[in-house]
Design a protein around this ligand. Sequence first.
Ligand code: PLP
Length: 573
Amino acid sequence: MLITIEEIFDEFEELDPRDQSQFLLELGYDLPRFAPEEQRESDLVHGCQSQVWLTARAADNDSNPVIELRADSDAEVVRGLITVLLASYSGKTASEILRLSIGDVFARLRLNQYISPQRQNGLQGMVDRIREIARRHAPCAAYTDPSPVQVPLRPTAVLLTAAEFDPLDVRRQFPVLNQTLDDGLTPVFLDSGASAQKPQVVIDKEREVEEQYYANAYRGRYRFGARIDEELENARQKIATFISAESPQQIAFTSGATATINAVAFGWGRSHVGEGDEILITEMEHHANFVPWQQLALQQKATLRFIPMTVDGRLDLNRLDEVLTKKTKVLAVCGMSNVLGTVNPVRELAARAHAVGAIIVVDGAQSVPHQVTDVVSDDVDFLIFSGHKLYGPTGVGILYGKTGRLAETEPILFGGHMIDRVYRDHSTWAAPPARFEAGTLPIVQAIGLGAAVDWVSEIDVTWIHEHEQQLLRSATEQLQRIPGLTIFGPSVDHKGAIISFRIDDVHPEDLAIMLDRRAVLTRHGHHCAMPLHELLAVSGTTRASFAAYNTEDDVTALVSAIEYGLDELRRRR
Ligand code: PLP
């Protein structure tokens, strides 16, 4: 007679986490083992890191039979988890099995401490197999699927509440902005569009990982490995919540936006875009969301088309039907332009794309840090962004995909961690997100990004948006008063906190050097958007981009540094 689930609950409640882990192992030792001849290939459950065999017996002639389950594994700890599953499911009728929420059982046992995402996939595989058996025997009735194998997460620290938000308080949290430079100046950082600065909590989190429990992820059963896995899954959950994704399993860690767009363009595109098909993008795309689609089109003999733009730098939706047709397989668009600041109407574009059977891929590198993102309401198929523009570390990016879209996307990087089974002549892939996480992850960075998302969420992205829009309005008004200065892009109502401009007789690089003399740090050039600059008929622009830590003083500093720079440059001619 196996232990019951109530007995397991009682034992667990009495034990501290280390002893719970030992208890789980002991449960494994007590589970009856399969004889070698019972370990049949046909009874193997796929998706498990270890070997798991599962068999079921149900009375044939009953319309809702009791189902007796047996299972075994070659790993003792898995045998412990199997015991929990059998105690929950075995000896129940088919309809009782279908009604049971195993996620609640796992939540009550706080099993996240022992379950890596790969193991979670394996467990999900076992649960799916058991439910499939029950479904075959259940009376005809519609059962909603209870929550899948999901585990509770470590609570996160509260940092600031929205009511306490004050630009100066925010700025104080960024060490790099609070230093005195060699020339006695304090930096005025206006290049967050390229990469944002990090608050102390993100720096501290990265340091905590390095100093206290660093280990590789999803590999080790020792305490550092388990803690890293837990921290990573915490970060994954935070990021999912931040963009309103339905599940953390829809979030893959990558090395950045560029790598992610390539993963979608080639992982999804190669099998879904063919000769004669069309890919629709815009002329305002960063090269990261331009070149991969251009190359996919060349490889697949598809056509790359562009949504026409209005003269003020918005997408001309009145002319969208000219280019969005039944031939369009994918519409790839930025949420916000990194040059013009234009905020694109993602929800409307998604609806129009879906209406012709196309998918929408959103490059959120610029939009995600500045506005609320809701992938479900917007109905986007894929969303991509980078950690380093969201106050997080470099070297980590995010791939979000609808569950079905991720499932139909092939990996483009192959190796460790992303596999289900490797045979001598072929391999099968792990379920998403592991499928897109080949090799060692950017572990510290991904955990740091989780801390950055906490920070942004605590301040509240709506506050950040409103604050930045105020700075944008103020800067726009003041810059427009400078003779000969042209701002590119739409009016403030249609854009985010980026201003790209040019002054008639001044090269953007010369101006950027002058601004740097006043410690006003801006970017110049084509900002990785050559086709757009060709359209604007300029070789480059000067760009000031704002973030949560900028203040009205920074706007004043920018304007006065431009006036100083213009005087200096014109005086010497
Ligand atoms: N997309 C946009 C709109 C960007 O602004 C950038 C970077 O500036 C990228 C993509 C590429 O991001 P990463 O360099 O982090 O891959």
